[in-house]
Design a protein around this ligand. Structure first.
Ligand SMILES: Cc1ncc(COP(=O)(O)O)c(C=O)c1O
Length: 419
């Protein structure tokens, strides 16, 4: 069932009044009738609008029922190192571990600078100990490759192999080696391509580490923890939290690397330092963050976790994302002018859903602008480096009814810009 928001009722009423006004004003000449018809067809709503037009791929929509007024404020204005502050940070870590089913012997820390901070922290601390396979197939993974080669200059000391594929495809992940470190992105947010479920291409008896940027996957896809040595994500994605802090999840083997390897001649900014006298600084993973966190963002994250629990926990969130994707899959199957960038369903993202349209790049811009103007869909333009496309966030904070309500408007916008 579609829900009709009060503002839509008001908009429909205004549109009807405008139509009456225009019809009266232009009279009945053929040209005027054509003008009226065009105006009418442009204005005619194909159906109710999504109750919430937010489909951005990050920061993503806040969860249903979100109100900033619901956030506790007792930690604000207090030291984050007070018992209260540390307890809340530790609670966020413990809840994360519980809800994601992270093994007990893995460490989970809240670190500076969102997912980028967490991933670069891992790269800067751990890479260089052995040869590396870097797999990338969209913008962010390509950025990690550039970090490794241009900034860390790892090719001066170890072999760095690049495994890459164009937008919409995956490189051959089985060409990676279990004895090398492997860097990869679980879900390519800008191409809508994810690694296949289960990560069977990663060996259980590997000697290298896997470093996985999973920012648009955690809480939307099953994370095979036994395959992942370093996992990072940020709160602003699937849970619709705030930017600012990153989550860093380390397997025992990743900790072992930190304690046994110190990169030569590599300065580490204070916000990247995870060891003290050659030992992991465990306090970071119990809530004693390296530098000052935003306790408001922490409360916002805890609020998002509570909402996640209320919809069935991680399993519930995955189900919602899958349902959202299913709505778009049905729509794409029924319309030959729209297609997925990821043609292969087994690697198609259920969060950042990227679609190509049978339109020119300029028309795609107009399509996106039209839906934004109508307040039907905000921020759905493809990523700036991606092929001309649209990207509809289908993470769990987006309600399936809204994805459903969006689809006739996609068709409407297509027909409008084709005219
Ligand atoms: C795959 C991927 N990696 C990294 C980032 C950067 O995340 P953040 O801005 O949280 O650092 C993004 C943001 O969209 C992303 O999609």
């Amino acid at each position: 069932m579609f829900r009709i928001a009060p503002r839509q009722v008001a908009r429909t009423t205004v549109a009807f009044a405008q139509h009456q006004h225009v019809t009266a004003a232009v009279g009945s000449s053929t040209a005027a009738r054509a003008l009226t018809a065009r105006w009418l067809s442009a204005a005619a709503a194909p159906g109710p609008k999504p109750a919430n037009p937010e489909f951005s791929s990050g920061p993503c929509k806040k969860h249903p029922g979100y109100s900033i007024a619901n956030l506790p404020t007792s930690t604000l204005g207090r030291s984050h190192r007070s018992k209260l502050g540390k307890d809340r940070l530790k609670f966020a870590i413990d809840e994360t571990k519980r809800m994601l089913g992270i093994p007990d012997n893995y460490l989970v820390g809240i670190v500076p600078a969102s997912d980028t901070g967490a991933y670069e922290m891992a790269m800067w601390n751990m890479l260089g100990a052995r040869d590396i396979d870097i797999c990338h197939w969209e913008s962010f993974g390509k950025g990690w490759f550039a970090d490794a080669v241009n900034h860390l200059k790892l090719r001066d000391t170890v072999d760095v192999k690049e495994h890459t594929a164009g937008y919409g495809e995956l490189p051959d992940l089985t060409a990676t080696s279990k004895d090398r470190d492997i860097c990869f992105t679980f879900n390519g947010t800008t191409s809508g391509v994810r690694v296949p479920d289960g990560c069977d291409w990663i060996a259980d008896d590997r000697t290298g580490l896997t470093l996985c940027d999973a920012t648009s996957a955690v809480f939307a896809m099953n994370m095979p923890w036994e395959k992942l040595d370093v996992t990072t994500y940020s709160w602003q994605k699937v849970l619709g939290g705030e930017g600012a802090h990153g989550m860093l999840i380390l397997s025992p083997r990743a900790v072992e690397r930190l304690e046994s390897y110190t990169p030569a001649n590599r300065p580490l900014p204070k916000i990247f330092r995870m060891t003290k006298k050659g030992k992991i600084d465990e306090s970071i993973f119990k809530g004693a963050t390296i530098n000052t966190p935003s306790m408001m963002a922490v409360e916002d994250y805890i609020d998002a976790l509570a909402w996640a629990e209320s919809v069935g926990g991680t399993e519930g969130l995955i189900k919602i994302s899958n349902n959202n994707l299913a709505v778009l899959e049905k729509f794409v199957a029924e319309n030959d002018w729209i297609d997925f960038l990821a043609k292969d369903k087994s690697i198609r993202s259920n969060t950042s859903v990227c679609c190509t349209l049978d339109l020119t790049p300029e028309q795609i811009k107009a399509f996106v602008a039209l839906l934004e103007k109508e307040n039907v869909a905000l921020d759905i333009g493809g990523y700036r480096d991606a092929p001309p496309s649209i990207r509809i966030w289908c993470g769990a904070t987006v309600e399936t009814a809204d994805v459903q309500a969006l689809t006739p408007w996609l068709k409407w916008a297509y027909e409008e810009v084709k005219k």
